[in-house]
Design a protein. Structure first.
Length: 307
């Protein structure tokens, strides 16, 4: 029985992640010739091209893209086995790639990292901030924080905290334009629209007795990040539904006012998503536990911004 070429697969993954043979050689502490020969050996063994090479760039072939996620999982399993065998005899070390939404990452993930770094000095965190939905497996991420209703998928999820989405406006805006009593009145108002949604201008509400209502709101401004709209909101240029972690201070101080409090947009939650498979390196499990503990009662809950 022929054993899998684990070294070849590890080098193949390193080449793709580094974007070049030279970069992979530097990252692995190998010569470029060794890296090139390992990939060539793997391709010869498989009878297919895994990486297309030009004078300027490399790119995975179709077969390479199909094999990449499985190769990463294989390496993760191996690393987890190493970590389990070495548990108790060595401190965790190595990189963690974490993706998070921009505003949530800046306000509530970044401040949690110093304590983690102090406790585990040999672990490095590569934090990728974007409101766009990342591909965990294709992007090589260990973890992602996602704030949304989760679609069915093969990804594993662990809940962090609830996220409410109140409809809010500055008192000055409501004084000028009136305080709506029903969602249908929002058709005559100005919305500040978050565009990382399938239909940013279509707002769907639920009432405990009156059922559901959907309304299209004219857009005063649009952006693919909610926080950038906050100055417009505070200046009285429109109303918006914002996650509570962005507006809890303004609501508490009276700079913003909740609109239609009995008509609610469905609550969502922040989750940690993980690639499929049970095995993860110990350092990744430690970061998951750190985030779960810290965000079990987040600051906007402790400050009294809702249950």
């Amino acid at each position: 029985m022929a054993l899998p070429d684990f070294e070849g697969w590890a080098i193949f993954v390193a080449v793709i992640e580094a974007g070049s043979f030279a970069g992979a050689a530097d990252a692995l502490g190998l010569s470029r010739a060794t890296v090139s020969k390992a990939v060539a050996r793997l391709e010869a063994r498989l009878g297919t091209t895994l990486i297309h090479r030009t004078s300027r760039r490399i790119a995975p072939s179709e077969a390479g893209r199909a094999a990449l996620a499985r190769a990463r999982r294989m390496l993760d399993e191996g690393e987890a086995a190493d970590a389990e065998a070495a548990a108790g005899s060595a401190s965790p070390r190595g990189p963690i790639r974490l993706a998070a939404p921009m505003s949530f990452g800046v306000a509530h993930v970044g401040p949690l990292l110093p304590a983690f770094a102090a406790r585990y000095p040999e672990v490095t965190v590569d934090l990728h901030l974007s409101d766009a939905r990342v591909d965990l497996v294709g992007g090589g991420f260990d973890l992602a924080i996602r704030i949304a209703e989760l679609a069915d998928s093969s990804l594993r999820a662990r809940r962090l905290c609830a996220v409410k989405r109140p409809l809010v406006a500055a008192p000055a805006y409501l004084d000028r334009h009136g305080r709506p009593g029903h969602p249908r009145e929002l058709e005559r108002h100005l919305g500040l629209l978050y565009t990382n949604l399938p239909q940013p201008d279509l707002w769907r509400f639920r009432h405990p007795r009156l059922g559901e209502a959907a309304v299209r709101v004219p857009g005063r401004a649009r952006a693919n990040n909610g926080e950038v709209l906050l100055p417009l909101l505070l200046a009285g240029e429109g109303l918006a539904y914002f996650p509570d972690f962005l507006v809890w201070r303004e609501l508490a101080a009276g700079r913003l006012e909740e609109v239609l409090p009995e008509w609610r947009l469905p609550d969502i939650a922040a989750h940690i998503l993980m690639p499929p498979g049970a095995a993860r390196p110990a350092r990744v499990e430690l970061l998951i536990d750190h985030l779960v503990r810290a965000l079990a009662r987040p600051p906007w809950r402790a400050a009294g911004a809702g249950p």
